[in-house]
Design a binder for this molecule. Structure first.
Ligand SMILES: Nc1ncnc2c1ncn2[C@@H]1O[C@H](COP(=O)(O)OP(=O)(O)O)[C@@H](O)[C@H]1O
Ligand SMILES: [Mg+2]
Length: 554
């Protein structure tokens, strides 16, 4: 990063001295020197600067005026005052100090680089979104001032909370590289991951470029040392420490550092923090950074687990989708097949029916009575087969019919159905009780078919009762579900065989006792399944049956 510096100074020698000082201190920068108020103003208006250096006063242009202009036009740019030694300075005078990032005597230009780097670093911190009180403390204090231990601990708690919510490595990196700096007031931080025998500097946040994207052997860098030795390391002067690859550090601002391993038992990475000034890290700073590293390792493990889980869920979902699509396809095929079989059976049946009728009409009584009887049987069988085919086609239509779910008044529907059945068998004594105001959320057409079958069965299988009783209502189950039922006092059946009834063609009564095709209850079950519901039966031989169904409420 090349720093852009605006330097307000009317003395050419001073301009040159500052340039040389920065060059010697290896600050990569472009300096624009201006000697009067007008040039200063137009420079500020026309370009952006990373830092402003200002002489404390020029003839005809006051340093305070320069400061006011800067605070007004570019309030975020650090403003450093370079003052002549002889000039009086009153630290309590607000006009002299407010908005000034740092003040340096011209006699101390050797500290200029450090002052600029600190100022620019603080400027970056100030520009970051505030996570806790710490960053604003660092931003407003005039020199490098590390946050207090208490502040760090408070900040750490926020960071740990954020880490606990991070679901991937990238989010963790972003939190950690920023936190490492803010927790210690450092000038830079790196996030290093172990990659086999290499240290991978995956991410950084610093006042100047470090090694983002680079990989170094574990044995050739200090993050590797921290990982191999499973402990934190603090170095006050990196150029005095043989573990540091000095060449790699020379282009950077780093003078001191702290490196902590992520997960001490078996390190998976490290967090580095760096300072532009020589300083000895305090034990508190070390423990805060180690706490950050420990939380990071927990967060990384959690993110790993989460990613794993997500992958497995995605995989399962894909498999399920695949399977259900396959199942649906097979189902459709089967449906289409049974539909066409049923359909195709019809025309030969019509022929059988028609020709046996013709034969019947042409047979002359009486000597052909047995033949007539046979022909009548053929006609009867054909009629039954017609019924079967109709029911089968009805059953397959249930699966194919489109669904439109609305609130359906089951009480009204039941009354209508019962009235219809009653019309066909006026001579039976049937007591029907239908609960009022029963509704379900479903497809009106399909629910009608289901109820028609249930009432038809109740009616049919109670035919030999002197007085038939049929009841429709709702009941609340032990698990809280509200279910519907149709109950009769008819022939009933063996409850152990109740489950079988819902399969096509399964009947518990003979054709002699009760006629039927055995498809009605299979149809009812399909209707319920299409609604995501279910149906079940209970009965006792000769004491009636009760069919209960559940439809999920909308
Ligand atoms: N209300 C009922 N009472 C006694 N048995 C019943 C009742 N409803 C159904 N069943 C038994 O379940 C079988 C299957 O019913 P269903 O599929 O409707 O066929 P179908 O009515 O054509 O015989 C019936 O044959 C009968 O044995
Ligand atoms: Mg039936």
């Amino acid at each position: 990063m090349k720093l852009r510096i605006l330097h307000l100074e009317d003395n050419n020698d001073d301009v040159e001295l500052v340039r040389l000082a920065l060059k010697r201190q290896k600050i990569d920068c472009d300096i624009l020197a201006v000697a009067n108020g007008d040039d200063y103003l137009s420079a500020i208006d026309n370009s952006k600067f990373d830092v402003i250096l200002s002489d404390s006063g020029l003839p005809g242009y006051d340093g305070r005026e320069a400061l006011a202009v800067a605070r007004n036009r570019c309030p975020d740019t650090p403003f450093i005052v370079l003052s002549g030694n002889a000039e009086p300075f009153d630290p309590t005078d607000k006009a002299e100090t407010e908005g000034v990032t740092a003040r340096l005597p011209k006699s101390d230009l050797k500290s200029l680089a450090g002052t600029i780097q600190t100022a620019v670093g603080q400027h970056l911190i100030a520009a970051m979104p505030k996570v806790a009180g710490v960053s604003s403390v660092a931003a407003t204090s005039p020199t490098t001032q590390a946050p207090t231990y208490l502040e760090s601990m408070q900040h750490l708690i926020t960071v740990v909370q954020k880490l606990s919510l991070a679901r991937n490595l990238e989010a963790i990196q972003t939190i950690v590289r920023r936190a490492a700096r803010e927790l210690t007031g450092a000038d830079g931080a790196t996030f290093v991951l172990r990659d086999g025998n290499l240290c991978h500097y995956v991410d950084e946040d610093a006042i100047g470029p470090l090694w983002k994207g680079h990989r170094f052997p574990l044995t050739a860098c200090i993050s590797g040392w921290a990982m191999l030795n499973r402990k934190a390391v603090a170095i006050e002067d990196i150029y005095l420490d043989p573990r540091i690859p000095h060449d790699a550090y020379r282009p950077t601002f780093v003078k001191s550092l702290v490196m902590v391993p992520i997960r001490t038992s078996e390190p998976i990475g490290a967090i580095g923090t760096y300072w532009a000034n020589k300083r000895r890290a305090t034990p508190e700073e070390l423990s805060v950074l180690q706490a950050l590293a420990d939380s990071t390792s927990v967060a990384m493990e959690a993110a790993d687990l989460f990613a794993n889980l997500e992958r497995r869920v995605a995989e399962r979902t894909r498999q399920l989708h695949h399977r259900s699509a396959e199942l649906e396809r097979l189902n459709h095929e089967l449906e289409a097949f049974s539909y066409s079989v049923a359909h195709d059976l019809r025309s030969p049946l019509i022929s059988i029916d028609g020709f046996s009728q013709l034969l019947l009409e042409n047979v002359s009584a009486p000597f052909n009575r047995s033949r007539q009887d046979q022909l009548e049987r053929i006609a009867g069988a054909a009629k039954r087969m017609h019924g079967l085919i109709d029911d089968l086609l009805g059953l397959s239509r249930i699966v194919r019919a489109p669904m439109r779910r609305v609130p359906v008044d089951l009480s009204a529907l039941s009354r209508e159905i019962v009235a219809h059945i009653r019309d066909r068998e006026l001579n039976r004594k049937v007591d029907v009780v239908i609960a009022e105001g029963v509704t379900a959320y479903g497809d009106a057409g399909l629910l009608r078919i289901a109820l028609e079958n249930l009432f038809a069965n109740a009616w049919k299988f109670s035919a030999n009762r002197e007085i038939t009783r049929i009841e429709f209502g709702t009941r609340t189950e032990a698990d809280g579900r509200v279910v519907f039922y149709v109950k009769d006092n008819g022939a009933g059946f063996d409850p152990l065989r109740a489950k079988k009834l819902f399969t096509p063609f399964q009947r518990l009564h003979t054709q002699e006792d009760f006629k039927g095709t055995g498809i009605g209850l299979a149809t009812v079950r399909r209707v319920m399944h299409r609604h995501g519901g279910e149906v079940w039966a209970d009965a006792e031989v000769d004491r009636g049956a009760i069919f209960t169904f559940f439809i999920p409420p909308g």
